[in-house]
Design a protein around this ligand. Structure first.
Ligand SMILES: NC(=O)C1=CN([C@@H]2O[C@H](COP(=O)(O)OP(=O)(O)OC[C@H]3O[C@@H](n4cnc5c(N)ncnc54)[C@H](OP(=O)(O)O)[C@@H]3O)[C@@H](O)[C@H]2O)C=CC1
Ligand SMILES: O=C(O)CCCC(=O)O
Length: 485
């Protein structure tokens, strides 16, 4: 059973207009622990009617929220971030229980999530406009920034806290209000964040958290002309659907979709640094992040040495329940995730790849999977085309820079890429040539609140975090003032 220091953080109702509510039908969905299969709690199954109520409450709340000074909004956001950090251990336990990641990673996620709130509390103070040089002597031209309005966020299960705050914090800082629909696997962290927002004094209706039928809730949010913006993180497939659903109301969109991150290791790289970077990027959250290394390209000259070091590092990973201190690899989120990993491995082995380590479900059973290393992978295999989203490191071999840049760019995705080389000119050259929104050079960890997170091509639209992130929640308004009368 889940034990929390602050038991009222385990919320099993939706937060609408400052009230904790059930679905009108009374329908509920269980929330499972992927490590044990245990039912942790259950949450309401909202449908269209309750979603419409949340939209109405959001619109009412917006009228007062947008009138607050940026300083006042920032102070409330800071109070929310402080509450989160005070409840870091409880939030981490909730994340590990419903999502599976090791507790140390979950604690890190809470701090990462809170960092977006503090960052945007400060960015609120820096939203400004401009005065333009007028082509007419009698006119003054002024540009101001105003909040977009009622926003919605649909978030994934892999970062149950951070994907919410990375959207809600800039929205609230800009003067928008937000309705959050978390993933069905991880609603408990989202509801706990709602509770902490209430405790921080964020007014009713400004941040609402609703759980339920994704297709119905999503369609209602997309169809509503009151909702002016949707921010989504998840699969490219659902992103495409939401984009189409938002077309009739011409909604603003931020989409953070699938990745297929290449890691390129050149002959001149520091091999230990490359292995540390690959391990951090590949096996974080058991390979379930959209910036996880999906393809590892290793140059001929160091291929065998790198594979040997990588195999040793993979062998050191400790698979287990994330609540155990020694665990570095938790379970995968569900059985479909395990199936996807197995399909990708089987496809590669059938086409001639070599299994160096792992490759099977773990002896612990359930959705635990052995950390896996495969070599001899080629562009014809699924590993090259699809996001595996699991603890599998597929190693490709390459000859030269031109060849590897072409292989790395040969995908419809363009979120994150990584390269390891000691050559400064090559760092620039390849960094510029990679068609990705984010490039890590000699590092496998690139995410923080200060940097613009987002992709090109079919990895999405817009940027989250950073000073650019708040712009996604602001509209420019131009005033032309005749000063002659
Ligand atoms: N970019 C990223 O960070 C992520 C990428 N992925 C990729 O997607 C694959 C599948 O993961 P999965 O969880 O199925 O991802 P989804 O895209 O299905 O889920 C992400 C979010 O979208 C919601 N959603 C699903 N269908 C609809 C719909 N018709 N209308 C509105 N919202 C909807 C989900 O709700 P609900 O949970 O209630 O169904 C969840 O909140 C992964 O293997 C991975 O490759 C997955 C998660 C995150
Ligand atoms: O979309 C994801 O997979 C979550 C983002 C991970 C990160 O912020 O590094």
């Amino acid at each position: 059973m889940l034990k929390l220091n602050q038991p009222d953080l385990l919320r099993q109702q939706c937060l609408v207009n400052g009230e904790w509510c059930d679905a009108m039908s009374g329908a509920r969905e269980p929330v499972m622990n992927p490590a044990t299969g245990e039912t942790l709690a259950s949450v309401p199954q909202f449908s269209e009617a309750e979603t419409l109520q949340a939209i109405e409450s959001a619109n009412q709340a917006w009228q007062a929220w947008k009138q607050l000074t940026a300083k006042a909004r920032g102070a409330l956001l800071n109070a929310w971030a402080e509450k989160m950090m005070a409840a870091q251990e409880d939030l981490a336990r909730l994340i590990t229980a419903e999502q599976g990641k090791p507790l140390a990673e979950a604690r890190g996620e809470v701090a990462y999530a809170a960092s977006f709130i503090s960052w945007f509390a400060a960015e609120a103070l820096r939203v400004d406009g401009s005065v333009l040089q007028s082509p007419q002597a009698n006119q003054r031209l002024v540009v101001v920034k105003q909040p977009v309005g009622v926003c919605a966020a649909i978030t994934p299960w892999n970062f149950p806290a951070a994907m919410i705050t990375r959207k809600a914090a800039p929205a609230l800082a800009a003067g928008c209000v937000m309705i959050v629909k978390p993933a069905e696997q991880t609603p408990l962290t989202a509801l706990a964040l709602g509770q902490l927002a209430v405790e921080a004094g964020i007014p009713a209706g400004v941040l609402q958290v609703i759980t339920g039928d994704a297709a119905q809730v999503g369609k209602t949010l997309c169809d509503s002309p009151v909702v002016r913006k949707l921010s989504f993180t998840g699969s490219t497939e659902v992103g495409r659907l939401l984009m189409a659903q938002c077309a009739p109301t011409i909604k603003k969109l931020s989409l953070e979709l699938g990745g297929n991150a290449p890691v390129i290791v050149f002959d001149d790289a520091d091999l230990d640094a490359a292995v540390a970077g690959i391990m951090a990027s590949k096996f974080r959250n058991s390979g379930q992040t959209c910036v996880c290394a999906n393809r590892i390209y290793v140059q001929d000259g160091i291929h065998d040495a790198l594979v040997e070091k990588l195999a040793a590092a993979v062998a050191d990973l400790q698979v287990g329940d994330g609540s155990r201190a020694e665990t570095s690899q938790g379970p995968l989120i569900d059985t479909q995730a395990v199936e996807k990993v197995q399909i990708h491995i089987r496809d590669a082995l059938d086409k001639g790849a070599t299994l160096v380590a792992g490759g099977q479900p773990h002896a612990l059973g359930g959705t635990f999977f052995q950390p896996t290393l495969v070599t001899g992978v080629t562009q014809e295999m699924r590993f090259a085309r699809e996001e595996t989203f699991g603890p599998v490191a597929p190693v490709f071999r390459f000859r030269d820079e031109t060849e590897v840049v072409s292989m790395a760019n040969d995908t419809e995705f363009g979120l994150a890429a990584y390269l390891f080389t000691a050559n400064a000119a090559r760092q620039w050259r390849v960094g510029e040539a990679l068609e990705y929104g984010m490039v890590g050079v000699n590092t496998g960890l690139i995410s923080n609140e200060v940097a613009p997170f987002g992709g090109v091509k079919q990895s999405g639209l817009g940027r989250e975090g950073s000073r650019y992130g708040i712009e996604e929640y602001l509209e420019l308004k131009y005033l032309c003032i005749d000063v002659s009368r």
